[in-house]
Design a protein around this ligand. Sequence first.
Ligand SMILES: Nc1nc2c(ncn2[C@@H]2O[C@H](COP(=O)(O)OP(=O)(O)OP(=O)(O)O)[C@@H](O)[C@H]2O)c(=O)[nH]1
Ligand SMILES: [Mg+2]
Length: 329
Amino acid sequence: MSQPQSRRELARLITRIENGERGAQAALNELYKRTGRARVIGITGAPGSGKSSLVAELIKDLRSQPAPPQVAVVAVDPSSPFSGGAILGDRIRMRDLFGDPGVFIRSMASRGELGGIASATADVVSVLDAYGFDVIIIETVGAGQLEVDVARIAQTVIVVEAPGSGDEVQAVKAGILEIADVVVVNKADRDGVAQTIAALRSALDPSANGSGHHAAERPDVQQEADLAHPVHVWHIPIIKASALNHEGIDAVLIALEQHAEYLAESGEAERRRLQRIESDIQARLRELLLKRAMQRIPPDEYRRLLAASVLRNIHPAEAAESLLESLQS
Ligand SMILES: Nc1nc2c(ncn2[C@@H]2O[C@H](COP(=O)(O)OP(=O)(O)OP(=O)(O)O)[C@@H](O)[C@H]2O)c(=O)[nH]1
Ligand SMILES: [Mg+2]
């Protein structure tokens, strides 16, 4: 798999998926049977919180294990239509990892279509999984809906926060704290860490926000690994780290291992998989049905109803009902 020939083949297939090429689906159908082995981790957080730096440090540790896993990184940037500054930054930050044949890094830029990038990312993850990558990390910049969609692809989601000004938690502002399985307060070498942790803890506390999530109940921030005792309730850990100083990286890896254990032992892995595949099928079915409907609806009828809706003569829901009826007649 790490031969340059198949790496080139892999890169080419990913490009075809990104471009939505027709032939790519046949390849995806073929390799789907070989997926389902990889550990898929999502990492998100406000711009500049240190996601790429953390990913680089996590990979360094993973790759120095006795039996190092093959690791792939997919950096998804919804805000940049081309390979812009952020992605260039990732490349520089992850520079140390280049030259390691066990690490594959790929950036994906959005072409503006939200649903498109999420399903393209899911397909790219499938390809990497089928190609034998043991760990696949998806990095996205916290910007709302895309992160929620990415969370459905990943088994475990890490939300990265950096110490900021006062009580303001960026992850709450971006609406991404609710998808966190693990919270990392990076840049712990800076001031304001305790304040950020306190703000995060109160945001995660269900009695404070009524979200029904399990808050970090233990008073200590760094939680100890206890892999001998499977956990059936997940307490979202808040981990202090400094990617700059390679601190807290081991604690993040332990939390990831614990979460994997929790997912397997609690049946949550199975539940999430079912949910993910079901919503994937529904999204694709919706797309197919719409495409088919648009092919069959008489264009004049479509334009007539659209114009009537624009003039507020009929409600868009009523227009949709009429179009559906025109299909059945
Ligand atoms: N002081 C300090 N700086 C850090 C730490 N980790 C990352 N940085 C710096 O923060 C800046 C942003 O780091 P990145 O790793 O690119 O952050 P990111 O979240 O991937 O950024 P985007 O992908 O652009 O959203 C860089 O200048 C890093 O050197 C840390 O632990 N401490
Ligand atoms: Mg980054």
